[in-house]
Design a protein around this ligand. Structure first.
Ligand code: WTA
Length: 650
């Protein structure tokens, strides 16, 4: 495998040592301390994690850490019983955190609302009772298709509290994608809103749900939060207004003791086939992982105001808006809408107005901020910030430097956090008081994480040699299986190198042992921080009656990280016109969501294939990345010649 083109652009030599002033009060104040803790976490993982687990409430304290005897299925803390919602709420009610802000919410129109731990606890208890009344019991699945409002967190926490398994579906997904996920999870209840605010317009969530659940036999009820006030259809007996059902239940609810391995949530993520994978996380290990990483990576302090701009529909929203911060008793800012509404300084204005101290966002957002101009952040007082973070894709060093200078005032450490839906929690990141940072590197592994870069043959790659990123040992917050498809779980993650977790990412390690993740080596692309399987988009395209065959690849894009290019062959008698191109783009938006709409559709007579019939994606990637598109978008590209030329290479 060759990563030379990626490596050559990332020869980055700048190093920033942790600042003394920051290190002085940091939880891990030196590299030596990190090394010592890291070594202990690998040598005696059970002891290490059981000790951290003690910070949290267990109804029955665990005595065991990892059980790997049924590999690749791990259990952690298996003889313990706990409740994640109890740890996020009830645990904080006996002391000073009782009246501390848990969630500070700002809606896109500018409305504000604060929920203290006590208030959030009360809402979650009430919603737990609502779920019970609707017949949801332990182990049942509940789909949550909402925007960024506190009720999304309330719904998640209520599910966790009663032991129902939530599956949050990103509000940007279209009805068909909602239907497929609800059907795969066999959800009994869907929780949604009339609509969500996005750039001043209403995203019609309930309407999408109506279309989706016309074809989901398992759904018995929906609960609908009134947010935007748009007209929605309510079917008597099936659809209930959030405010009505909440009125009718008591505010008391006792959190039951759940097994550490009780399923917590399913989160669908893209893989290399057309069908998304339902990544399953369980209670105890996930809780300890999210708790510990939030505390150490963000160096969380009692009086921090922490803001993660992710959406609750993605794993970052699960672990670092809801569960990690709340398990730590943190104050979280939550924002509903677009970062450029009504103006491009919205984010900086919010940091100033709420005196945010920790800010965690995605490289794609940072690149947009760079593009919108320095005058936006410069208008605002950002001196409350003390720590910055990034997640979701490799960050280009220039964006990192801009972030450091313009937003962090050259004072704030940047934690570049590498992890995945599957890993549940941050796996690699600098610890801000202990580890030097390099622009574009996620630096070193978190406690208990044993990453390696391997060659195709399984031997370890040398310094600066690109290879495949694997994790050698199990960790508490690792996924347990793929919902309903355990064989695919073993096959996807543990077969490439038997018994070792394969991440799907390419990486290299530099001379200092720092890791540089270069992106996916499989057919998964990262568009504006959204993880998309090219196969999913291909199957959406092929489902259209005009399309014979389609291949979708990513090409580098200055703003989005990667952009999608679809090579499409049409059926006989169909004209590849500009109109058809527009129709197909809309079709993908309707099937999956607008964020999955290709940037470019290129019609071609045939797709280049190997003799065994495999589409030559490498060739298409090169072609797509070649910059210039010949002629107008709708001209037929003759790839047959190229295919013939290349067939000899294969
Ligand atoms: C990529 C998001 C480089 C990577 C938490 C991974 C990153 C995929 C980083 C997971 C980072 C995430 N540097 N690449 N700091 N963080 N990635 O499941 O390719 O949405 O495999 O989880 O995003 O995306 P997912």
């Amino acid at each position: 495998m060759s990563h030379s083109s990626i490596e050559s652009v990332s020869r980055e030599a700048r190093v920033f040592a942790p600042q003394e002033e920051f290190a002085r009060t940091a939880r891990v104040p030196s590299r030596e301390r990190y090394e010592e803790m890291y070594r202990r976490s690998l040598e005696s993982p059970d002891e290490f994690w059981l000790e951290i687990a003690k910070d949290l409430h267990w109804f029955r304290a665990p005595t065991k850490g990892l059980d790997w005897s049924n590999a690749p299925h791990a259990t952690w803390f298996a003889d313990g019983t706990t409740n994640l919602a109890y740890n996020c709420l009830d645990r904080h009610l006996d002391g000073a955190r009782r009246n501390k802000a848990a969630i500070i919410f700002e809606g896109e129109p500018g409305d504000q609302r604060t929920l203290t731990y006590q208030q959030l606890h009360r809402e979650v208890c009430r919603f737990s009772n609502v779920l019970g009344k609707l017949g949801v019991t332990k182990g049942d699945r509940v789909a949550i298709y909402m925007g960024m409002v506190p009720e999304a967190a309330i719904a998640m926490l209520a599910c966790a509290r009663i032991g129902a398994v939530h599956t949050v579906i990103f509000g940007g997904f279209a009805a068909e994608a909602v239907r497929d996920r609800v059907n795969d999870a066999q959800a009994k209840v869907v929780i949604t809103q009339d609509g969500a605010w996005r750039r001043g317009t209403v995203v019609p969530l309930k309407e999408n749900v109506d279309r989706a659940i016309a074809e989901t036999p398992t759904v018995k009820h929906t609960v609908v939060l009134k947010r935007t006030g748009n007209e929605v259809a309510m079917e008597a007996g099936r659809d209930h207004w959030w405010h009505d059902v909440l009125e009718a239940v008591p505010a008391k609810h006792e959190a039951p003791a759940l097994d550490a391995e009780h399923p917590l949530f399913i989160l669908y993520t893209s893989g290399t086939t057309g069908k998304p994978k339902g990544v399953l996380h369980t209670t105890g290990g996930y809780m300890v992982g999210a708790y510990a990483t939030t505390q150490y990576v963000f160096d969380l302090k009692e009086n921090d105001t922490y803001w993660c701009t992710a959406d609750v529909g993605w794993v970052t929203g699960h672990s670092y808006i809801v569960y990690g911060p709340l398990a730590n008793g943190a104050t979280c800012l939550m924002y509903e809408g677009a970062p450029n509404h009504p103006d491009q300084d919205r984010v900086w204005s919010m940091i100033e107005r709420y005196s945010v101290t920790i800010f965690y966002t995605a490289p794609t957002a940072i690149r947009a901020f760079v593009k919108w101009g320095d005058h936006h952040p410069m208008k605002h007082d950002l001196t409350s910030l003390r720590l910055l973070g990034t997640v979701g894709e490799p960050i280009n060093p220039e964006a990192w430097m801009w972030y450091r200078k313009l937003i962090g005032g050259e004072r704030c450490p940047i934690v570049d956090t590498w992890w995945q839906t599957e890993t549940g929690a941050i796996m690699m990141s600098p610890l801000p008081g202990a580890i030097a940072t390099k622009p574009g590197s996620c630096t070193l592994p978190f406690f208990g994480v044993a990453p390696k870069v391997l060659r195709e043959d399984g031997t370890e790659a040398g310094p600066n040699e690109g290879g495949l990123l694997v994790i050698e040992k199990p960790w508490p917050s690792m996924m347990r299986t793929i919902w309903g498809d355990d064989a695919r779980f073993a096959e996807t993650y543990f077969s490439r190198f038997p018994g070792i977790y394969f991440t799907g990412d390419g990486a290299r390690r530099d001379d200092d042992g720092f890791f540089w993740v270069m992106g996916r080596v499989d057919d998964v692309v990262n568009v504006s921080g959204h993880r998309l399987g090219t196969a999913e988009i291909e199957s959406a395209l092929v489902a259209h009656r005009s399309v014979a065959e389609a291949a979708v690849v990513g090409r580098p894009d200055a703003m989005k990280g990667q952009a999608l290019v679809a090579f499409v062959t049409v059926k006989g008698g169909v004209q590849p016109t500009a109109e058809l191109r527009a129709v197909l783009l809309d079709h993908v938006a309707n099937e999956i969501g607008k964020f999955a709409r290709p940037d470019d559709i290129r019609f071609t007579d045939m797709l280049p294939k190997t003799r065994s019939g495999k589409i030559m994606r490498r060739l298409l990637k090169e072609l797509a990345g070649g910059g210039e598109v010949k002629g107008d978008m709708t001209t037929l590209e003759d790839l047959s010649v190229l295919a013939k030329l290349r067939a000899d290479d294969e």
